[in-house]
Structure formats: C-alpha cells, structure tokens
Design a protein around this ligand. Structure first.
Ligand SMILES: Nc1ncnc2c1ncn2[C@@H]1O[C@H](COP(=O)(O)OP(=O)(O)OP(=O)(O)O)[C@@H](O)[C@H]1O
Ligand SMILES: [Mg+2]
Length: 379
C-alpha cells in the first residue's frame, strides 16, 4: 500500500507545486540580474492557505540549487540571531575549516577570520556584513527568507535598515518575505520600512483548474493508482483552485480505499466531503478566531448571498450605516478574508467560508448578538 502522497498541512511541501512557475521564474531572474534588480526584495502575500510559506521554501531551495546560501526564518523575537546562526552554519559547510578551530570562518585569500563570538564584539550588523562579504568573495550569493512578517517585531525594522545598508554596499544578497495582506499593508505604511515599500509585491492567487487536474493525476499515477477522467474532473473542480484544498481533496480521496489500485467515484465523493469538513476545522476556524464579533457579523451578513455581496445590502442586514460597514469591509480586506469584487461588491477569498458561516453562525453565538436594531432574518 503506497503512502498517501498529499500534504494537507501548513508549510508542508506539496508533491506537485501547481501554477507558480511565473512567480518562481521572476524571482530567479532577480537573482540572475544581480544586486539592484527590483525582484531581489520580494514580498509574497495572499490569503491563508494560498501557499506563501511554500513559495518561500521553493525559492530558497531553487536558490540553493544554483549555488546560493539561503537562511530561512520566521519573523519573531530572536530572528536576527537565528539568521546569523544559520548563515554561519552554512558558511562553515562551504568554507574549509582551518585547523581545529571549527567555529572560525576564513574567507579564502581575503584573510577574514570571523568567529561567532565576534558577533557580540563587533555587533550584529558588522558581523553579518563581514559574513556576507566573505561569502560573496567566494562567488556565493546570500538569500534571506522571512515568513509571517505580519508578526510586527522590532527585529524586522532592524533587518530592514540593515538590508538597506547591505544594498548600498553592493552586496550580493536577496530577500524574500511572506505575510498576510493586512500585515503587509501595515508594514508598508511604516516609514522605517522604506525598502519594503519598494519591494516587489507578489499577490498569490488561486491556481487554474486544469493545472490542478494535471497535478492530481500526476501525483496519483506516480504513486501507483488510477482515477477515471470524470472523477478527476470532479475532484479538481472541488478544490476551486485553492492550494490548501488541492492537498486536502487529494489526501481524502486517496485515503478512502488505499488498498485498491483504482480510486472510485465513491472515494471521490466521500473524499470531497471530508476535505470540506477539514477545511472548516483548520482554515475557517483559525481565520474567524482572529476576528472581532462585528467582523464576524459582517461575514455572516455576506454569507446570505450566493455570490458577491453588495456593501449596502450588508449594511442593511447589519442595521448599520454604509460608512460604518465600510470600516469593517476595509478591516476584513486587510485581514485577507474578503476581497473587492467590483461595483461596491465584496466576496470571500477562501472557498467554502460562506457555507461554513451558514452552518456555524448559531454555534458561534452570533444569533444572540445585540445590535441596535437586529436585522430581520440575520443569523
Ligand atoms: N502551488 C501549490 N500547489 C499545490 N499545493 C500547494 C501549493 N501551495 C501550497 N500548497 C499546499 O497548501 C497548503 C498551505 O500552504 P502554505 O502553508 O504555504 O500556506 P500559507 O499561505 O503559508 O498559509 P498561512 O497564511 O496560514 O501561513 C500546504 O498543504 C501546501 O502543501
Ligand atoms: Mg504560512
């Protein structure tokens, strides 16, 4: 019995990375173009589960394959130290050790001896500059990736300032970051982070269904099983092109009868249902937990529509005026939960959130919400 090849968990590399060639090529081009290329500082943003973390892993892996050294961290306290540790460790693997002093670095021909203990003496920025210079002198570029830049930390500001210094010095360095749209817009409004404002911003979207179908088929057959064309089509359609659902649907249709070679029509139907339930308990619960009660009421008002919702209709259902509703509209767009859908309309970014809200409005306690004038029929 083949192991289930699908990876429905955050940060896990999928068996096939669907529909991201253009973004990956753009970033790779930035590395080739040399210091000063606008793509050398890139921020990936997008809804939860769209594949931001995976993009960082992928750019990091590809850069490493092309002779770069990459250090991957998540924004948070201790991030700068971790970056220095990771780069030091990678540099040590690359630069031959001198005698028995395994912790010292030496840049061939340039006489730069640098030990981790120097970090305290010369300061973080100088240490990093020396380390990166030593690597660059050996023809090795340095890529830094930072995930979850929405965790607004002092370190991020410090790194931003230092990165500008690296760029001015002409160092061969690149940075790729990822975060939810809210975080990124907050950061972009922060004067200190000028370089982030100039960074190339890449919004990751859902992927095309034919690419999803091809990826599901390839993964299933590469792992010794089969699926009929009609079933494959239903499975792909059920993902709505949302990357996390590609893994969830694949995983659940696979696990229905893993001992048989053929994935049956029943496996697909049951698997799709199971995938949607899992989506609710992972992505939807987590997204809603971060929101205020009024944010959630706004979403429940939206969930009454079958397609994009008109702001004026949402305001009416909430019994609030349009201005008030538009503040919540802006907050929810920033949080990456909804997006503009033209002509005063908004829609959900993550699939099946509408259905989830309809099913769970009561259990979220929102039916007892005290609004000034409770809207008829709301929740
Ligand atoms: N392009 C893709 N093709 C197929 N599967 C993908 C793709 N991108 C991501 N996935 C899968 O989707 C899931 C979520 O990916 P990831 O953890 O990168 O999301 P994220 O955007 O970082 O989410 P969050 O905002 O919660 O951090 C993982 O299971 C991953 O394997
Ligand atoms: Mg992530």
């Amino acid at each position: 019995m083949a192991l289930n090849p699908f990876k429905p968990s955050f940060g896990s590399t999928p068996p096939v990375l669907v529909g991201r060639d253009r973004e990956l090529d753009d970033f790779a081009l930035g590395l080739e173009e040399g210091p000063g290329s606008p793509n050398r500082a890139t921020i990936f943003t997008g809804a939860r589960g769209v594949g931001k973390t995976i993009m960082l892993s992928e750019v990091s892996e590809r850069a490493s394959g092309n002779g770069w050294i990459a250090a991957d961290v998540t924004a948070g306290p201790g991030m700068l130290e971790e970056l220095a540790d990771l780069l030091t460790a990678r540099a040590q693997e690359l630069i031959p050790k001198r005698g028995r002093q395994v912790t010292s670095l030496s840049a061939g021909g340039f006489g730069l001896g640098l030990a981790p203990s120097d970090r305290e003496a010369i300061g973080w920025r100088q240490y990093m500059t020396s380390l990166i210079t030593a690597l660059n002198d050996r023809g090795t570029g340095v890529l830094i990736t930072i995930d979850e830049v929405h965790a607004r930390v002092v370190e991020l500001r410090r790194l931003a300032a230092t990165y500008q210094h690296f760029v001015r010095e002409g160092l061969d360095i690149a940075i790729a970051m990822a975060g939810l749209p809210s975080a990124v817009s907050a950061l972009l409004n922060d004067d200190v982070l000028t370089f982030l404002r100039r960074a190339h911003r890449v919004t990751l979207e859902d992927v095309a269904l034919d690419a999803v179908g091809a990826a599901l088929r390839e993964t299933i057959s590469a792992n010794g099983r089969t699926i009929a064309p009609g079933d494959l089509e239903r499975a792909s359609a059920a993902t709505l092109g949302y990357p996390f659902l590609i893994q969830l649907v694949g995983f659940h249709i696979w696990r229905q009868s893993p001992e048989s070679t053929a994935i049956s029509a029943d496996d697909v139907d049951t698997g799709i249902q199971a995938a949607r339930r899992r989506l609710g308990t992972t992505v939807h619960e987590a997204s809603l937990a971060d929101l205020s009660t009024v944010d959630r009421t706004f979403l429940i008002a939206m969930a009454q529509d079958t397609g994009p919702s008109k702001l004026s209709a949402i305001a009416a259902r909430m019994s609030v005026d349009r201005n008030y509703a538009s503040q919540y509209r802006a907050r929810l767009i920033d949080a990456g939960i909804i997006e503009p859908a033209g002509h005063g309309h908004v829609t959900f970014t993550v699939p099946y959130l509408r259905e989830y809200l309809r099913d769970h409005a009561a259990s979220m306690g929102l039916n007892t919400l005290k609004l000034d004038r409770p809207a008829d029929g709301l929740v």
